[in-house]
Design a protein around this ligand. Structure first.
Ligand code: SF4
Ligand code: SF4
Length: 462
């Protein structure tokens, strides 16, 4: 299977199964449509009516060579069926350190009344330590494990966070393992001391900022309705100024109110923040800020605009790390991840403040998805099996989708929210993912062309 697309006049062809990306001429672009193995003469005759014969012959020859080398029209190595290994290893946990939050963001999935995890509690050190023990004991021979501190606002429970980091490091090193930590914060509690602590302890940090002041302030508000931009922006700026080497990402959400989200990314880049991630809001259609099908053409144009903006910056020597454009076409990700997806419910679980286990942070509190708790472990093996099987060959439409090896079947939580089944991907999200992926591939091609200083991508050119 191949996927063809054009970005700013560059014709690109992705060979889905090998991951090879080719920049092609107009002639080859057309010829690829009619390619049938072994029918070269017919192909030459057919397309010579449209293009000079000699060019068609050359294109056919090059296509044949690439097919032979395994870079075009490669077959599915799994022939449409694959099973996720049943090794029952847990690699990562998301700990809800706090159900409390200093903000009441309008789109928050944990808002009181929206989800049962919206509450007022803090995780105790005891539950947190039990969660870490559960993770280490469930990680089998795996050396590296990960813990994400999440909420609510996890920094509202900072003393417990500190104790869990120290406990996790002690326990993991006693077992010959390594544990890494990430914290996702609204940055309101990010004082100088806390920032120093996070960096000294090599804790990765995801800082929530939606972009321009008016965009951020519309959705990310204090309980009194006032926007939080000023305080958040100040804390983030001071943190990054004090710790330019910090392992951070700025993470924003775009909604129907800022479909021109490339301006938000540019706003963040313009303030010197080079690591940015911006994602579409997850919201049901009845919400005024939900993204609808009619918004897709504008969103597609925004991703294109963002790609051009990033290229402009790269040309000026400014490094930009837009999270969703970080794809590896050369090596790919590991196989279970490429086919099986995010790992939710299989090797990644979330833990509520009470110690209950759910497939991931988005599922926390959703009826029917309680998998066990940190003391008893996973008791719902049926649920684990359900998630284990939710890979690209079992999810509706994924097996024949050109984006499958990068998207890996999309978000199970979105699929369940919008379609009532983790096996039925949300089509709106699919269309956004595919557009974003084309832009990411183009950017990759652009970088390759620059580095090689020729027209080839991945050494190959048709
Ligand atoms: S884009 Fe949609 S259909 Fe394609 S692999 Fe992802 S979830 Fe499946
Ligand atoms: S199910 Fe969705 S929200 Fe949950 S971990 Fe996977 S991608 Fe993330």
């Amino acid at each position: 299977m191949i996927h063809k697309f054009i970005f700013d006049g560059t014709r690109l062809v992705l060979d889905v199964n090998s991951g090879a990306l080719h920049s092609v001429s107009e002639v080859a672009w057309d010829v690829l449509d009619g390619y049938i193995p072994g029918k070269c003469e017919e192909l030459v005759n057919k397309y010579s009516a449209l293009h000079p014969r000699q060019e068609v012959e050359q294109a056919v020859e090059e296509i044949e060579l690439l097919v032979e080398q395994g870079f075009l029209f490669t077959g599915d190595p799994f022939h449409g069926s694959w099973e996720q290994p049943d090794n029952r290893i847990i690699k990562a946990l998301c700990l809800f350190l706090s159900d409390r939050c200093s903000l009441q963001c309008r789109y928050c999935f944990a808002r009181p009344g929206v989800s049962s995890i919206g509450g007022a509690g803090l995780m105790t050190e005891e539950i947190g330590s039990q969660a870490i023990d559960f993770l280490l004991n469930s990680s089998g021979p795996r050396r590296r494990v990960e813990v994400d501190f999440f909420g609510g606002e996890p920094l509202l429970n900072f003393p417990v966070l500190e104790r869990l980091v120290s406990y996790g490091r002690k326990r993991s090193s006693a077992l010959g393992k390594e544990i890494s930590f990430t914290v996702t914060t609204n940055a309101l509690g990010l004082t100088r001391e806390i920032g120093d602590y996070l960096c000294e302890n090599e804790i990765s940090i995801i800082l929530s900022l939606d972009g321009r002041p008016e965009v951020h302030d519309r959705m990310r508000v204090f309980p009194n309705g006032k926007g939080s931009y000023q305080s958040v922006f100040r804390n983030i700026s001071e943190f990054i100024k004090a710790h330019p080497q910090a392992n951070y990402y700025l993470r924003g959400t775009y909604t129907a109110y800022n479909l021109d989200f490339s301006s938000d990314v540019i706003h963040m880049l313009g303030h010197g923040f080079s690591k940015v991630s911006v994602e579409p809001v997850i919201a049901l259609a009845q919400e005024d800020y939900a993204i609808a099908e009619k918004d897709l053409p504008v969103i597609a144009k925004e991703y294109e605009k963002l790609t051009r903006e990033i290229i402009l910056r790269l040309e000026k020597g400014q490094e930009v790390d837009f999270y969703h454009y970080n794809i590896d076409i050369d090596e790919g990700v590991c196989l279970p991840k490429r086919l099986g997806g995010c790992g939710a419910g299989v090797e990644y679980l979330s833990v509520t403040i009470e110690g209950d286990l759910y497939p991931c942070h988005q599922f926390a509190g959703r009826e029917g998805f309680l998998m066990g708790d940190v003391n008893s472990g996973v008791v719902r093996e049926d649920l684990r099996q359900l998630f284990r099987n939710a890979h690209i060959y079992k999810k509706e439409g994924c097996g024949s989708c050109w984006a499958r090896n990068y998207c890996s079947g999309g978000c199970h939580a979105n699929a369940h929210l919008f379609n009532g089944s983790i096996y039925k991907p949300d089509q709106l999200a699919c269309r956004i993912i595919k557009k974003r992926l084309e832009c990411a591939l183009y950017l990759k091609a652009y970088r390759a062309m620059k580095e090689n200083n020729n027209d080839g991508i991945n050494r190959l050119k048709v």
